[in-house]
Design a protein around this ligand. Structure first.
Ligand code: C5P
Length: 355
């Protein structure tokens, strides 16, 4: 197990979990607002936002990976500063070797899944109320648990299974209220299609669970640095992120004078805010998966329900009904139940190495 670093004396594990909860709430609200506050013909391209996010995340991860490289190893050029050209060249070559190590292909699977998920998230958030999206997205816990059982052979206690059942019921109750409500939120210029939104959430939860567990498996079963893994993830994301762009009207494959402007048309402050918060979320998710795990991540994001729920009422005039409150409460209780510690024998997540 890796040593857990800390920031100002607080373990990075908890700092990243709390920051992730706030980031999740902010992302849902800002992404929702950025999509529904403009008419569909005047909104920015979700595919361009996903591509931009990957490019930014990849560049940040590459910089961190580069700075973290140990250049004082026995083979490194001796007695020189980081900015010495020989040291720089040596570092670039070492980083290249790390990034393109033989097992780098393993990251192609979560990379494709995350790109699909990130695109689906835009469909979902454009067709559901922010708070409804947030609660429905908690089904990630269900899919994450299912993939953890199948892929990591994690054993779940009866309490955890019961919590999962409650979670499914809670999300179902929230959907009842959603189905009977009108498809327009205040300030929205979009017609929202709740069924389309819900289908997108279900598929996004599926890809989130699979990608998260797969990433955790790759990360914890090898010695490679987290930031190098992030660079690999972003590199493998570029191709699938480009696919919808190549088939769009603004495709660089069909060169027209202003294809770049077209690609980033209507990219205003809210679109940039969405991308930046998404970048922060990606980096935090990676830290949480490394220093905690996917299950704790589910707990952190469910805390964000409360934050975005209250903000939705204030900002988007979201109508709080009894069914919504009931459904959300069941989801929160289920999440709390799920995160109660098991008897020690119940947890064989990483039987060989321990955690
Ligand atoms: O909803 P969930 O927690 O599954 O979302 C994970 C998000 O974090 C996705 O947007 C994914 O692209 C991002 N991520 C990342 N780097 C990782 C793991 C996840 O950018 N190493």
């Amino acid at each position: 197990q890796s040593a857990v670093p800390s920031i100002c004396g607080m373990p990075l594990k908890y700092v990243s979990l709390v920051t992730l909860a706030v980031q999740n709430a902010l992302l849902t609200l800002i992404m929702h607002y950025s999509r529904v506050s403009a008419a569909p013909s005047q909104t920015y391209s979700a595919a361009s936002a996903v591509l931009l996010t990957e490019l930014l995340k990849g560049s940040i991860s590459l910089t961190v990976a580069f700075l973290r490289l140990d250049y004082c190893s026995p083979n490194s050029p001796s007695g020189s500063s980081l900015w010495n050209p020989r040291v720089l060249l040596y570092r670039f070559r070492r980083l290249g070797k790390e990034v393109f190590r033989p097992d780098c292909w393993k990251l192609s699977i979560p990379a494709i899944l995350y790109v699909i998920q990130n695109n689906l998230q835009f469909v979902a958030v454009s067709n559901l109320e922010a708070a409804t999206f947030q609660v429905s997205y908690q089904m990630k816990i269900l899919t994450t648990a299912a993939f953890s059982v199948v892929m990591l052979r994690k054993k779940l206690s009866p309490t955890k299974w019961l919590a999962l059942l409650f979670l499914a019921i809670g999300v179902g109750v929230v959907q009842i209220q959603n189905g009977s409500s009108s498809g327009h939120s205040t300030g929205s210029l979009h017609d929202m299609n709740a069924f389309k939104g819900f289908m997108a959430v279900v598929m996004a939860c599926f890809t989130s669970g699979l990608a998260g567990v797969y990433f955790e498996m790759v990360l914890k079963n090898s010695q490679a640095d987290l930031w190098v893994r992030n660079v690999q993830l972003s590199l493998f994301s570029l191709l699938p992120a480009l696919v919808p762009i190549i088939f769009s009207d603004a495709s660089p494959a069909r060169p027209s004078p202003g294809w770049l402007q077209q690609l980033f048309a209507n990219f205003g402050a809210w679109a940039w805010a969405t991308v930046l918060i998404q970048v922060l979320g990606g980096l935090l998710t990676a830290l949480v998966i490394k220093y905690a795990d996917n299950i704790l991540k589910g707990f952190a994001t469910s805390l964000s329900i409360v934050i975005s729920f209250l903000a939705s009422v204030a900002l988007f005039n979201f109508q709080m009904t009894l069914t919504f409150v009931l459904g959300s409460t069941i989801v929160l209780v289920a999440t709390w139940m799920y995160n109660q510690p098991d008897a020690p024998a119940g947890d064989n997540f990483y039987p060989k190495e321990g955690r």
